[in-house]
Design a protein around this ligand. Sequence first.
Ligand SMILES: N[C@@H](Cc1ccc(O)cc1)C(=O)O
Length: 577
Amino acid sequence: MAAPTLTRHISRPRHYVCSACLRKQSLLAPTKRAVSFAKQDQAKYAWDAKAEEIKAGKQKSMLSILEERGFVNSIAGDRDSLDKLMTEKRIGAYVGIDPTAPSMHVGHLLPLMALFWLYVHGFRAVSLMGGATCAIGDPTGRTTSREVQDSMTRRANINGIYMQLKRLWGNVHANAKGWGYDLAWTRAHELMNNNTWMERLPFMEVLKVLGPGVRLGAMLSRDTVKNKMEKGDGMSFAEFSYPLLQAWDWWHLYNKKKVQVQIGGSDQYGNIVAGIDAIKYIAKTHTNPDFRWPDKEDPSLIPYGLTVPLLTTASGQKFGKSAGNAIWLDKDMTSVFELYQFFVRTADADVERYLKLFTLLPLDRIRTIMDEHHLAPERRSAQHVLAQEFVELVHGKDEARQASVQHRMLFGKATGRVTQPSTEQELSNEILKPGDSKISGATNSIHAFEAPKPSVTLPRSLVVGQPTAKVLWSAGLVKSRSEGGRLIISGGAYIGTRPDKVGLKANELVWTNATKTGGQLRKSFLIEDSLLVLRAGKWNLKVVKVVSDEDFEALELDAPGWQALKEQREPQPAEEA
Ligand SMILES: N[C@@H](Cc1ccc(O)cc1)C(=O)O
């Protein structure tokens, strides 16, 4: 038999290879280890070359990229040492998220975006789901304990967030490529769940390995502990131990995945410092020499933390809420269109900062977008870019394009006092990436009939014949009926209907100011008897699907005003004589 070639040996399934060949194969084939060593050498070489460029001032360092885009609120550790470390070493970094709800919200994306940048620049990035830690619940910043989740809910939440993270990673990769980043081949990302190591972690091991290094004085003096004990509902041992669990995660990742940096929200500073202390303690005292640092401290092994800023809008509100509700990444909780709208409503004073934080757009591109934006701020071109890029990262390119087309369809032509950009103008704002071909389908779909996608469902009795001010409230556009009334009086509420005049574009809505509707929501305002389009101010929009009361009940839905209406209808108990 002729000596089989190496490739045939490698690709052939093992059970078809005779034992003699197998022996030969193991001699000839480069071992997995050898291949990975070769790769590591190459990676080291490329990394060193890049470090030289950074030191020579020809490239920006990773930390200065993050700083420039506004990601760095505080650094746990010395800034310049971290800068040097990330320049010289391809470290791993992680962001942890506890699945306390079925979906992440927009705020979760801030630390994740910092992590995505590290990935784009060739670092190893780990997104960690706290499947185990969420069973305890992080008490940071809270005065009341979280409700304990049953295991079914927890599992459902873990599933939901796992899928979101997975999709995010895919979209980030595609989006970064779209912007022409030369994704460093050393990059790697991983999605993990701390359940996998916490579930089998003996209590004794934590007490033995970490316990002696944790000083009670330091733990008791933390603000969360003090506030919860003095002003809140007290603190359980489990909650008290939460920072140690998070610290253990990091030790595990440090040890197994060389994760040397943890990124988190600004409230996570204390937990991150607890992790740094834990790693340093364990690495100095572990009885197993494999886990111990060399006696002479090596600066390239020190862990660092990085927190991202707490975002407040220019008007002083916390970022990520609309009419008091969180903006979710799950499209059943916040429709794609509402997510898009949320970013379109960004104030001019915030939009540049958000473009740097929430998109992967290169900085010079952002500068051009802002220059154009300043020429005609009323067109909101920068906000549209932000909305489209964000939706693309979360839901993908197609959904982003649809949301933008839908927006143009709804706002394409306005009547009354509000002047909106024309369809053509807005179309020219379409952001094209290098390599994109001009999307002709998008232009056409505006003119073809396409009903806007509803974002809320309401029962018919809560809509037809009801005071418009109340309907604005039921639809979630305002926080109370009286706020709805005030909005109408100020001339800021509109109802969108299909044009009845021939010649107008089929999909463009005609906006009627609610002051002209006689105070009541008439049946004729419904599009095809089932859709109601409401607008508050310039950009806040709700597309309401109107269903029968029975269907609404069957769907187990609720809306502001619905319970009261039902109670009114219940047959009143006969008065006793
Ligand atoms: N405690 C973090 C989540 C987290 C969980 C586990 C970790 O290892 C890290 C972070 C938060 O509430 O935001």
